[in-house]
Design a protein around this ligand. Structure first.
Ligand code: S6P
Ligand code: ZN
Length: 205
């Protein structure tokens, strides 16, 4: 577009390797350890214990070199390790885009879930390799690893959308995602492949 000049980055080719979960050339990488997730798990004592027990890496985010600048279209690959703390499956912090704009995720490997919350309603999209999860403008989003292997997905989002993490701390995500216990699995009548999770309301925390 002629009105958009000069371009912050030139037209480029970005190599996406789904097996390795990499983007090349690579931009910044963000690593989130358990200690970075304060205030997010329902069971604070279990969170503190996990921090004390080695403060494991919960997820990492590898970005391309396209910057988070208005009208650009950055991409990143998030990989969430498998695990649960206080029964709550490992997850991203979750955020709202303050400048409401849509976003897509493409499942690459492992099994995950995309939890969306608009402040009133919650939606859940199960993510497997090849699934595109669409987040409309105004829906906060969090990703959860619901499998036993690392869960990776590609995100493509508007560079000017911004990231508001305080929104999730204030409003929650509507639901929490726990590893299903045998009892709960039986009670829910779940016997298939999507039986690994149990949802509980944020209210009552
Ligand atoms: C960015 C996009 C993802 C997340 C990433 C980590 O808009 O939604 O790249 O940033 O999955 O999640 P979070 O909630 O820690 O930013
Ligand atoms: Zn986002």
């Amino acid at each position: 577009m002629s009105e958009y000049s000069p371009l912050p980055v030139p037209p480029m080719s970005i190599r996406f390797d789904p097996a390795a979960g990499t983007l090349s050339p690579e931009g910044p990488t963000l690593t989130r350890r358990m200690s970075d997730l304060e205030g997010l798990f329902r069971d604070r004592a279990a969170w503190e214990q996990a921090v004390a027990d080695g403060d494991p890496v919960v997820y990492s985010v590898v970005s391309s070199q396209v910057p988070e600048v208005d009208r650009e279209l950055p991409q990143s690959i998030t990989t969430i390790q498998p695990g649960a703390t206080g029964g709550e499956l490992w997850m991203t912090k979750g955020h709202q885009h303050p400048n409401h704009q849509g976003e897509i995720y493409l499942g690459i490997s492992g099994r995950g879930g995309l939890l969306m919350f608009d402040g009133a309603e919650t939606r859940w999209v199960e993510m497997t390799p090849g699934t595109i999860g669409y987040m409309p403008p105004g829906w906060a989003h969090r990703s959860i690893n619901i499998g036993s292997e690392p869960y990776s997905f590609l995100a493509v989002y508007p560079g000017g959308a911004g990231h508001d993490y305080g929104w999730v701390l204030e409003h929650g995500m509507g639901l929490r995602v726990l590893a299903a216990t045998d009892d709960n699995t039986a009670a829910n009548g779940n016997t298939g492949t999507d039986t690994g999770v149990e949802f509980v309301a944020y209210s009552g925390d």
